[in-house]
Design a protein around this ligand. Structure first.
Ligand code: PLP
Length: 315
């Protein structure tokens, strides 16, 4: 398991590449939720999501060991982050994406200097392809969450939260493969264990919820949710033990609750966040945190939305 020292190291490694994102506050949401509601703004992070933190830590490590070629298997935020940092560090990156990936995502990867290879429609096809490509070109495959350098990079958010809001009581974090929350849990529980950490998943992608319930890693069949960053089938072999050891609570939110929360944040807070971020706000608005009069931080993990899905703006 990673320790807080790995996260401090990651912080040094990624300094100068990433933004220290702002801590936002909403009086309106505080009123509605009965808590003081703060928001860690990773939707304002470079490349539009926190994924750049772990990707930078991992790709820098690979480059230090001599890598000149990087691969990843993701058309989403991880793919964009890896393409961006590889370009910054002067190594080439090939991002393996599904044949049906949407153009706006592919354009973002290309704009960051990444090469695109299309392969299949499932991660079971893409992952092995990205690994083979890496091996053939003497490169390094960058996994999306199940890796100590990725987890430590994401954990730097936990350190920033503790500094920006010293008296924080509760931190609310979305769960996909668990890289983000396992990093944040390590940072918080190894320095301020009294701070409560609550994870949130979509009802339709409840693999970590089920794993905790069954007391072992449990896979779910391919699923659909508007929160595309949380659409994993099971938590990672490295992330899950951290979650199991430290997590205080896990809550589920419905697709309607996610959409309402995203719209609320746009309309009232003037912040454009993606559905995967909105799950934390959805849990707070729908009274699922089980706390009152506390200082609560919801992690807004990313802001990459396809504006063609926001009808009025896209005409
Ligand atoms: C990847 C991602 C998540 C989930 O992170 P994991 O490390 O897979 O748990 C949450 N929100 C956004 C915006 C993401 O891109």
């Amino acid at each position: 398991m990673i320790i807080v020292h790995d996260i401090l190291q990651a912080r040094e490694n990624i300094e100068g590449v990433i933004h220290e994102t702002p801590m936002l506050y909403s009086a309106q949401l505080s009123e509605i939720c009965g808590n003081q509601m703060y928001f860690k703004g990773e939707h304002l992070q470079k490349t539009g999501s926190f994924k750049i933190r772990g990707a930078t830590n991992k790709v820098k490590q690979a480059v230090k060991q001599g890598a000149t070629f990087i691969t990843a298997a993701s058309s989403g935020n991880h793919g964009q982050a890896v393409a961006y940092i590889a370009n910054q560090l002067g190594v080439s990156a090939t991002i393996v994406v599904p044949v049906d990936a949407n153009e706006s995502k592919l354009n973002a990867i290309k704009a960051y200097g990444g090469t695109i290879e299309k392969c299949g429609t499932t991660s079971a096809e893409r992952l092995p392809r990205a690994k083979v490509l890496a091996r053939e070109h003497n490169g390094v495959f960058i996994p999306p969450y199940d890796d100590p350098f990725i987890m430590a990079g994401q954990g730097t958010i936990g350190l920033e939260i503790l500094e920006q809001l010293e008296c924080v009581d509760v931190v609310v974090v979305p769960i996909g493969g668990g890289g983000l929350i396992s990093g944040i849990l390590t940072a918080i529980k190894q320095t301020k264990p009294k701070v409560k950490v609550i994870g949130v998943e979509p009802q339709t992608a409840n693999d970590t919820f089920l794993s905790l319930k069954n007391n072992k890693i449990t896979a779910i069949p391919p699923t659909s949710t508007i929160a595309d960053g949380l659409r994993t089938s099971q938590p990672g072999n490295m992330t899950y033990p951290v979650i199991q050891k430290y997590l205080d609570d896990i809550q589920l939110v419905s697709e309607d609750e996610i959409k309402q929360a995203q719209a609320f944040v746009l309309e009232r807070m003037k912040q454009l966040i993606e559905p995967s971020s909105a799950v934390t706000v959805a849990a707070a608005i729908n009274n699922k945190l089980g706390v009152k009069d506390k200082k609560v931080v919801c992690v807004l993990s990313g802001g990459n939305v396809d504006i063609r899905k926001l009808p009025y703006l896209s005409s």
